[in-house]
Unconditional design. Structure first.
Length: 68
């Protein structure tokens, strides 16, 4: 897809699309804010370990491995 704006629709249709998207996003945010923490789940020490390992340790090992 290109980053160029669409030219096949009038500007009013583009504005209407944006307003629909914003309304949907606001509705979804309100739903998420209304959820209880138990419905979403907890973030445990294992989750932290996996995030740190996946975002720091594995790329660092790969960089070291392929740099040599």
């Amino acid at each position: 897809m290109s980053d160029q704006p669409r030219t096949d629709l009038p500007a009013s249709a583009d504005q209407a699309d944006r307003e629909l998207l914003v309304a949907d996003l606001e509705r979804r945010i309100e739903q998420l804010e209304g959820l209880d923490d138990s419905e979403i789940g907890s973030f445990t020490a294992l989750d932290w370990f996996l995030c740190i390992t996946g975002s720091i340790a594995i790329p660092a090992i790969a960089l070291w491995w392929f740099a040599g």
